[in-house]
Write a protein of this length. Structure first.
Length: 432
């Protein structure tokens, strides 16, 4: 006799199965998008909201399709060629170009690591008291140990769950008293100011949104996924390209949407609280958290501070990992999060050295806020030329075979490159 509840059980299992399958398709793009909202980015977005209110919210609508396009280019380079960005530069372009790009990436990443770890230490000090410098060093050690000890599959899973920490900023914006009519209108009606501060803030948003380390990370992660599934590069198996490219596009779209929504939540929350109460000068993410406490309450302060630590635990491995991918690919030696430490010594040594050097920036008396400024300068020097090289790779038949980037995506990719180059020119025009 048939079980009358069998149909109900199957219908309950179908949505669960569909959701599990959907989540399984997310990975490099989701983690990359979430890592874009690192503590230094949180500090930038907090300053933008505090100083200009909702006046720069429209820029996130502009940057969203551009960051989707360029991150998709990075992911397709990795999946189609079976090699990261630095390895493709090594194969197809002059060595001085490769060395210059990797050197600039290392400098920017170490400074960013220092700023992020410092923000995490300061946030924990706000919550518990104690020594922020010691916390900074401990966070660096914890991140190194996790990257070395855990296998790629386990570590990737950990990073996926860490992205949930970004929802703390959605919680903050819900209790911040945002005037939603004004906030949503600001997304489509620019409130442009013709002054140096506004232009610099616009460039800062682009610099924290479209960052070179994210390119190297997502390309490297696609190669890791390919090895984990024992698949071949798509340039060798182009018939398998359809579903894989579709997966990359979905993963990247969701990851960048996640990043943009969280960035907007931070801007809206600080605009509704700090800017509305005349607090216009915020230099760090922990300072933003502290400033929220008397205005938005203990809950908002707690969520903001916890979010800094959570996003840092996500972003620090991405910064160090992207440097490790770039160095090993530049040198032509093996490097993978799935490899045993003794089989990938240079890879793991790069992770350890960049993270620990970054965590030591405060100890040697370097101001992390000033350091972050110079990181933005280095990223500005690197981003546009690197994007040019990526666009050349993704249209190069020797690298991509029959799977060169379609014309529509090519236009978007070059548009992102042009906007980033223009932003870099603007930055130096006001900085020098």
């Amino acid at each position: 006799m048939p079980d009358p509840h069998a149909t109900d059980v199957q219908s309950d299992e179908r949505p669960k199965s569909a959701l599990k399958g959907f989540l399984a398709r997310l990975g490099p793009g989701l983690i990359t998008g979430a890592a874009d909202d690192d503590p230094s980015g949180i500090g930038t977005h907090s300053q933008v909201g505090a100083e200009f209110g909702y006046g720069l919210a429209w820029t996130f609508v502009l940057t969203f399709p551009l960051m989707v396009a360029i991150q998709q280019v990075a992911a397709e380079i990795g999946r189609v060629t079976g090699a990261g960005i630095a390895r493709n530069l090594r194969r197809h372009y002059p060595r001085p170009v490769l060395w210059a790009m990797v050197s600039l990436l290392l400098i920017a990443n170490i400074i960013n690591l220092g700023a992020d770890l410092s923000a995490m230490g300061a946030a924990l000090q706000l919550l518990t008291g104690g020594n922020a410098g010691l916390y900074t060093l401990l966070f660096g050690i914890v991140c190194v140990v996790l990257e070395v000890v855990l296998s790629y599959a386990r570590y990737s899973s950990v990073l996926k769950w860490t992205t949930l920490s970004l929802f703390t900023y959605v919680a903050v914006v819900m209790v911040a008293g945002v005037p939603w009519g004004h906030a949503l209108r600001s997304l489509v009606v620019p409130e442009i100011q013709l002054n140096a501060a506004y232009a610099t803030a616009f460039v800062a948003i682009l610099g924290t949104t479209i960052s070179p380390y994210l390119f190297f990370w997502q390309a490297g992660q696609e190669v890791e996924e390919e090895h984990r599934r024992h698949a071949k590069p798509l340039c060798i198996t182009p018939r398998e390209a359809g579903p894989e490219i579709a997966r990359i596009r979905l993963d990247t779209l969701i990851g960048m949407a996640f990043s943009t929504i969280v960035s907007l939540a931070i801007v809206f929350a600080t605009a509704a609280t700090l800017n509305a109460h005349g607090i216009r000068d915020i230099t760090t993410s922990s300072q933003a958290a502290e400033a929220l406490r008397p205005i938005a309450g203990q809950f908002a302060f707690l969520m903001f501070a916890l979010g800094i630590i959570g996003t840092g635990l996500l972003a620090v491995p991405v910064l160090a990992g992207s440097a490790a991918y770039a160095v090993t690919e530049m040198l032509g030696v093996p490097g993978s999060l799935d490899a045993k430490p003794l089989d990938a010594r240079i890879f793991y040594a790069t992770i350890a050295i960049t993270t620990l050097v970054g965590s030591s920036i405060n100890a040697v008396g370097i101001d992390p806020v000033r350091a972050l400024y110079w990181a933005a300068v280095v990223n500005g020097v690197l981003a546009a030329p690197l994007m040019v090289m990526m666009m050349l790779i993704v249209r190069n038949r020797r690298a991509m075979g029959r799977l060169t980037l379609p014309i529509g995506s090519t236009i978007l990719g070059w548009s992102a490159t042009f906007v980033m180059a223009a932003a870099t020119v603007i930055f130096f025009a006001f900085a020098l």
